[in-house]
Design a protein around this ligand. Structure first.
Ligand code: NAP
Length: 248
């Protein structure tokens, strides 16, 4: 049976590129999404047209109940799990910390941190050798914002990615003996819809001159790093980070 990968937030942007590349590499792919069903079904249709296996599963990872149901849907569909890509992430309108309220900060942390923790937990419960699993890989999609801080834009988002980085290192050490590797990618400015959520759809083009490679990145370039960390080619890498940020 083919290896099975869950990609949270797999319907658009970096997640969608990851699903498409994973299917080309032979994974059966669970395309998770929160609300945009049409986008998720488009990714699934494209994978099936090329002879791959995919299923779209709606679940808001910020809800523990829905995140658990996501993994149970994959249990029913394929009965195995080899890779989790913790990709779902949100940010909100650019704003200074002085203007943020607790509700906003809570929404960012609920998806980007709590959601990633709960999904990682569900993956470990299925992959851990001591629990009858066959091992596996978890790839967290962090951001260079974790080390740069996103001042004046979204420090809450940057801090959530800092927490994700700590989860990556801590969990990697915790489950190394269980046959599970945990790594992260840190993208820089990537052309996706996410910047529109921050209120500036053209953000990548505004800031690209500050990137040493003088351009924004493509979702497919991040997907390639994720797929390497998911694969056996990175068998000796855990608790590690790949920056896909043009040198920023
Ligand atoms: P995007 O284009 O805005 O897509 C976000 C995806 O996440 C969508 O599929 C969305 O589904 C899903 N999603 C959002 N909240 C969710 C939730 N609570 N539960 C389940 N799915 C959820 O974003 P992107 O730019 O590809 O970003 C993907 C990841 O890369 C994020 O973690 C982001 O922080 C990180 N990243 C991006 C950049 C960049 O420049 N784009 C840079 C660094 C890091 P729906 O459409 O159904 O809501």
């Amino acid at each position: 049976m083919d290896k099975v990968m869950i990609v949270t937030g797999g319907s658009r942007g970096i997640g969608a590129a990851t699903c498409l590349l994973a299917a080309r590499r032979g994974y059966a792919v669970c395309v998770n999404y929160r609300s945009d069903r049409e986008a998720a079904e488009k990714v699934v249709a494209s994978i099936r047209e090329q002879g791959g296996q995919a299923v779209a599963v709606a679940a808001d990872v910020a809800s523990e109940e829905q995140a658990v149901a996501l993994f149970e849907a994959v249990d029913r569909q394929w009965g195995r799990l080899d890779v989790l890509v913790n990709n779902a992430g949100v940010l909100e309108r650019q704003m200074r910390v002085a203007d943020m309220d607790a509700a906003r900060i809570g929404r960012i942390l609920a998806t980007n941190v709590v959601g990633a923790f709960v999904c990682a937990r569900e993956a470990v419960r299925r992959m851990a050798r001591s629990r009858g699993g066959r091992g596996g890989a978890i790839v967290n999609v962090s951001s260079v914002a974790a080390r740069l801080g996103a001042a004046g834009e979204y420090v809450d988002y940057a801090a959530s990615k800092g927490a994700l980085d700590t989860l990556t290192v801590g969990l990697a050490n915790e489950v190394a003996g269980e046959g599970i590797r945990v790594n992260a990618v840190r993208p820089g400015f990537i052309y996706t819809d996410m910047h529109a959520s921050g209120g500036e759809p053209g953000r990548v083009d505004r800031v690209k001159a500050n990137v040493p490679l003088k351009r924004g990145g493509q979702a497919e370039e991040v997907a390639a790093a994720i797929l390497w960390l998911a694969s056996d080619e990175s068998a000796y890498t855990t608790g590690g980070f790949i920056e896909v940020a043009g040198g920023r």
